[in-house]
Ligand binder design. Structure first.
Ligand code: C2O
Ligand code: CU
Length: 510
């Protein structure tokens, strides 16, 4: 079966050689880069392991109204649900998604974390033209690694509406055993309540000077003090967090949701005492890190961003936007709070885990995880099967995250991504290379950094596709270039990305 694993493994072989650095000048790409429809893209798809089965999905992106504990919010969503339908397929299946756009705007669907064929990655104008209002598009791709993924548009700040849904790739030889498999989508919500994401982006782009009250700047400017945030219109100041090394986020959200439900009408999960549950936790937020916990329970973290890790136990898990963690819990007897603390924002998402119908329902604010440090990628390591083999580094790429909140000029290497000239400033690799990416955060704020189409490995750590880079820190990751095409790499704070913290990683023609 498994030809893609063979392909992947053979790329990974090659012994521990002397690291050779190839300096990479940021290049303009253009005619030297493979396109999304070039033959190496098709060849890589053909090499993926396949079952021959097809999973069909229909997604209609349209306006819809959702109920937030009695308050109606009009938003955009898939199939009228927030989050959108959970897509489940087996590893190696072809996923065929017929996407219809009934929105008043262009859209696409991006399959976050899947190392799929480049022309199905959903990034206009690089991998496809946008799906116009009234039009539809058929996505078809093989998902060749099991795990927890998700989907969302790649147009403007649309993902901060209700356009997001889970994508679970199941492993027919799943080594873990559990009685329930639950997906928990954590989200920060404002659409149709205080503003639209487009209005928020416009407010942010005015910069801090555009804001009235400057109260609570201490946390933001001082770096790292847990303080009290202050709302100024659609923005928040003073969201200082020691966990995130300073400013935790800049957008005010009136609600934090777990599976589309606010604390006033919480999602409830039921199991029997003693049962083992696999939680697949997805941070689908726009500007919020969540610290996730389940009152009265230890969490055994088994995966991040789809890939297995050597299990680590903890009381809570920190998730940046775009990150996923899977954890096993053994359900105790009673009713327990599920808490998604909005880090630095003095608010939380809340759900209920119930195994005893007689136990009183917990309250949203009755519990806070007591551990001083939540589980993060920093304490995890890839299982041996998913550890990249040692080999010579063929190419080193330095990515500087730049800009700041005052001018709202987030960028990469001091440059804001230009949608009209997307290959300007592109990074390039060649198929088959071992690439070392060093992501240096030169800003005063943390960024969850995401690379499309690949799963990199943190130095001695887990395989991931989205990783937190703290302020004034850098992160070194290894990536094997086995998926030709043009791939976005960007901050997964949707407002940072939209204001310019994005770039293309493109494969050179050979
Ligand atoms: Cu969730 Cu460009 O990605
Ligand atoms: Cu960012």
């Amino acid at each position: 079966m498994n030809s893609s694993n063979l392909t992947r493994r053979s790329l990974l072989l090659g012994g521990a050689g002397v690291a050779t650095a190839f300096a990479l000048a940021a290049c303009t790409g253009g005619p030297n880069l493979l396109t999304a429809t070039s033959s190496p893209v098709t060849a890589a798809e053909t090499a993926r392991r396949r079952t021959g089965r097809t999973t069909r999905v229909q997604l209609t992106a349209a306006r819809t109204d959702i109920d937030l504990a009695g308050r109606t919010a009009s938003t955009w969503a898939y199939n009228g649900e927030v989050p959108g339908p959970t897509i489940r397929a087996h590893v190696g299946d072809i996923i065929r998604a017929h996407v219809t756009n009934q929105l008043p705007d262009d859209t696409t669907v991006h399959w976050h974390g899947i190392a799929l064929r480049n022309d199905m990655d959903g990034v206009p104008p690089i991998t496809q033209q946008p799906i116009g209002p009234g039009a539809s598009f058929d996505y078809a791709f093989t998902a060749d690694a099991p795990g927890t993924y998700w989907y969302h548009p790649h147009v403007g700040p649309q993902l901060d509406r209700g356009l997001q849904g889970p994508l679970v790739i199941e492993d027919p030889r799943e080594p873990l055993s559990y009685d329930h498999d639950w997906v928990l989508v954590l989200d920060d919500w404002l659409d149709g309540v205080t503003a639209t994401p487009d209005q928020v982006l416009a407010d942010l782009k005015k910069g801090m000077k555009g804001m009235g009250g400057m109260g609570g700047m201490g946390g933001m400017m001082g770096g790292g003090q847990d303080g009290t945030p202050t709302r100024a219109g659609n923005l928040l100041t003073g969201t200082g967090s020691n966990l995130l090394g300073g400013d935790a986020g800049d957008v005010y959200y009136p609600y934090y949701l777990i599976n589309g439900r606010p604390a006033g009408d919480p999602a409830t999960f039921t199991a029997k005492p003693g049962q083992r549950v696999r939680l697949r936790i997805i941070n689908a937020g726009g500007d919020t890190a969540f610290r996730f916990s389940v009152g009265g329970h230890r969490l055994t973290v088994t995966h991040t961003d789809g890939y297995p890790v050597n299990p680590v136990e903890g009381d809570s898990i920190l998730l940046g936007m775009g990150e996923r963690y899977d954890a096993i819990v053994t359900v105790a007897d009673g009713a327990f709070p599920i808490v998604a603390e909005a880090v630095g924002k003095a608010d939380r998402g809340f759900g209920v885990l119930r195994s005893n119908s007689g136990s009183p329902t917990p309250t949203a604010n009755g519990y806070t995880a007591s551990d001083t440090s939540p589980v993060t990628a920093a304490v995890l390591s890839a299982t041996s099967a998913d550890t990249l083999q040692r080999r010579r580094i063929d190419r080193r790429i330095d990515i500087a995250l730049t800009g700041g909140m005052m001018k709202y000029d987030w960028g990469i290497n001091g440059k804001a991504f230009d949608m009209n000239n997307p290959l300007d400033g592109a990074y390039t690799v060649r198929e088959g290379e071992r690439v070392q990416l060093t992501i240096a955060n030169q800003t005063m704020m943390w960024h969850p950094f995401h690379v499309h189409g690949h799963t990199f490995q943190l130095d001695g750590g887990p395989r991931k596709d989205t990783a937190i880079v703290l302020p004034h820190r850098s992160l070194t990751v290894l990536l094997d270039a086995y998926n030709p095409g043009q791939w976005m790499t960007h901050c997964h704070n949707i407002y940072h990305a939209e204001s310019g913290m994005m770039a293309v990683l493109g494969y050179e023609k050979s």
